[in-house]
Design a protein around this ligand. Sequence first.
Ligand code: SF4
Length: 476
Amino acid sequence: MRRFAVRTYGCQMNQHDTEKVSNLLHHGGWRPAAREDEADLLVVNTCSIREKAEHRLYSDLGALRAWKAAAPGRLVGVGGCVAQQEGDEILRRFPQVDFVFGTHNLRRVPALVAGAEAGRRRAALAEVRDPARFDLPERHPAYAGATPGRAWVTVMEGCDMFCSFCIVPTTRGREISRSADAIEAEARGLAAGGVREITLLGQTVNAYGRHDVRRGRSQVPFAALVRRLATIPGLARIRYTSPHPIFFDADLVRAHRELENLCPHVHLPLQSGSDRILEQMRRRHTRDDFRRLAERLREARPDVALTTDLIVAFPGESDADFRDTLELVREIGFVDAYSFKYSPRPGTRAAELPGCVPAEEAQARLQELQALQRGLTLAAHRARVGQATEILLEGASRRPGQVMGRDPYHRVVNLSPPAGLDPRPGELLPVRLVEATPHSLIAELAVKETHGQADEAKRRRAESVKIASRTGSFSA
Ligand code: SF4
């Protein structure tokens, strides 16, 4: 049995690409290695969103020379955004690499592996505009996916927005949406296999279908797609990421009020709270537009949790611009934020802009912003103590003896299961929040099970394990 391992860097799109590659390899007879030193094939799925992530590949490849030499016949593949950008250059510079595949060429991985086994080193980098590139085999019965009970579903890829700091339109190509019928079929199949939560994925996910609707293809506007998926029996939760603020139409906002299984969490990238910087970033909205959108979402769903992405020290960012960001972050009260120092990416417009913020100042701004966000996160967590909620169990917690899951607001919730109860990943559990910490919430089971309930829970679990082993949705 040939074994493979994958190192994944970057965003959810990359993580999902790793799932797709893993599934293709399963169909080709490969199985996952427990450890990299037991693998015959190692795939590095790369990210180029920041300079640091890109450098990581080159240090990985240096170390992989020894890994490859340690056993005859070992193979190394490189995929993802750096692969798309650098392509043949990776093959030229790193003889230990056997094949390279770009972001549109996942389907070619089994053929590339077979070629590498026959001694052919190749790169597959062509841009594929045909939506057939989304047509991948169903989950192999032996493949559980990254997390039982949860699954990503790609609805669109690429980006036509060309924000000045972002390399994604180059590495992922132009927007292309998948057919609504294919998305629905995949979601139905996942739900039938025991998946309770799906996350719809796209670089600008709520731009889904916008170019195709007017051409009369089988896509529908994003909100209509969400409404269609919300009717699928068994799907308890629907999420989507990452939306662009300018593509929230009235129907999508309304969907947050009307659809019970559309999660009350929106990850809404702000990037900067300064109008001047937003314009330089080519974000196509102002701080007021963003503030109004947050209000509209809260009117539709008062408990919605908003999280965001922020960049500090964008070229030309003055202290006043940065203060504008702090003010808007405080005013909106994000529950969480991913914040980074600006990192110039060659080939983007922002990389040519003057006004580089000195490194020390950039670091100080990042720390100030993160300190503010830590306070907001803790306050948001504290405000929820005492509430009842439901978590989808993911597995063992970092806290010894506890398990962890996520609630509908996408917060991490840790729980000590009562003695005798052995909840399984992928199971939905009712809990009551009892304590807030800066990074997570702590809960106890909301309902103390009677013996009869415990028996019923056992029966349900046995049933779901039976379904899972029939469909391969997750390992028992
Ligand atoms: S919307 Fe902007 S930040 Fe997001 S992927 Fe497209 S170019 Fe990058």
